[in-house]
Design a protein around this ligand. Structure first.
Ligand code: HPA
Ligand code: ZN
Length: 346
């Protein structure tokens, strides 16, 4: 592949067109203000914002917690199976427009079961949308159930128990919510149980928290991927391990910017991580809250950093490599990627 032959003017279109996976997207974080108000009305749920514009104006975050408070308030309008379906379907339409070929979606059941929404309602609604994404849009999609780390391990164990009738509808478990003060070690037993059930395991670590949380996610939880992980740059030994073992980091630049992890996109360490050989790729995290879906993350990040067609190819390849699908599928996507790059002169 002759990457130097791709003209810089055509790079944005190539970024849009290239096939890619999305591996770090909280489906509740794709709930747009318009849909929040629509669902609040049809479900007769009160929300403490008078209009779409007032709600959107509240999206001025200073850190992870300031975002989570609004994110959980937004999710409170989800009550019935069609709500979960509609939310996921709206995301899949955006994903299709961004040439996403495969998505592994996070969901937060505890946010819903705490409001007496049954686990069946959550998983069946999301799963039905995943099935339709495949049959109607040609996007393969699967679900990863996240435990909220600000809650107890007992609560997480109970959640895993409640999910047991639906294990054929989820591929793995993850760990999200307030990071600081809630190290991975808190969830050692529930992750061991999930692994014993044959589930994949991933964990948010090193978004705001220290590199020690990434070590904990790897060594104690046996995480196969690290979500965010951008704080790894402060630990040389950790960087070496991530590179050597090709442990993927699901990086979310617009999220990092909006939650003030980096002051500006131009300060993001994505380029440095790529150049050090890490298996990183881009993701949108909570696109309705952070001002952009997957292609917005690619376009804005490439506009802010000195990244090239070589980096674009690497990011797309990494997004295939890091996904939980069989190797022949990854190879088929690489072939598609090569064809796309050839169209743009490579
Ligand atoms: N970090 C932690 N928890 C989350 C996030 C995130 O980026 N998005 C939704 N829940
Ligand atoms: Zn996240």
């Amino acid at each position: 592949m002759n990457f130097a032959a791709v003209s810089p003017e055509r790079l944005p279109d190539l970024l849009r067109a290239m096939p890619k996976t999305e591996l770090h997207m909280h489906i509740e974080g794709s709930l747009e203000p318009e849909l929040i108000f629509q669902m609040a009305k049809r479900n007769q749920v009160q929300i403490p914002y008078s209009s779409v514009d007032v709600l959107r104006a509240a999206y001025a975050f200073t850190d992870l917690q300031s975002f989570l408070d609004i994110y959980y308030a937004g999710a409170s309008v989800l009550l019935h199976e069609p709500d979960f379906y509609d939310m996921a379907w709206a995301y899949f339409l955006k994903a299709q427009a961004d040439n996403v070929v495969h998505a592994e979606l996070f969901f937060d059941p505890q946010t819903h079961t705490a409001r007496q929404v049954p686990m069946a309602t959550v998983i069946n609604g999301l799963h039905r949308a995943c099935v339709d994404a495949q049959t109607k849009l040609g996007i393969s999609a699967s679900l990863i159930m996240c435990f909220l780390r600000h809650l107890s391990e007992e609560d997480a164990l109970q959640t895993l128990q409640e999910a047991k009738p639906y294990l054929d509808k989820i591929i793995g478990v993850g760990l999200d919510s307030s990071e600081q003060g809630h190290p991975p070690e808190k969830f050692e037993r529930v992750f061991a149980q999930a692994r014993a059930l044959g589930l994949h395991v991933v964990a948010h670590a090193g978004e705001e928290g220290p590199p020690a949380y990434i070590w904990g996610a790897l060594d104690v939880l046996k995480a196969e991927r690290i979500d965010h992980g951008v704080q790894a740059m402060h630990d040389t030994a950790l960087m070496q391990r991530l590179a050597q073992e090709r442990i993927p980091l699901t990086v979310c630049p617009l999220s990092n910017q909006k939650l003030c992890v980096f002051p500006n996109l131009a300060d993001h360490n994505l380029g440095a991580m790529l150049d050090q050989g890490l298996c990183v790729m881009l993701n949108s995290d909570d696109p309705a809250y952070f001002g952009g879906y997957l292609n917005d993350n690619y376009l804005q990040t490439f506009a802010a950093l000195p990244l090239t067609a070589t980096h674009a190819y690497q990011l797309a390849c990494n997004s295939f490599e890091a996904s939980f699908v069989p190797e022949p599928q990854k190879q088929a996507w690489r072939t598609q990627l090569d064809a796309c790059f050839k169209l743009y002169g490579a």
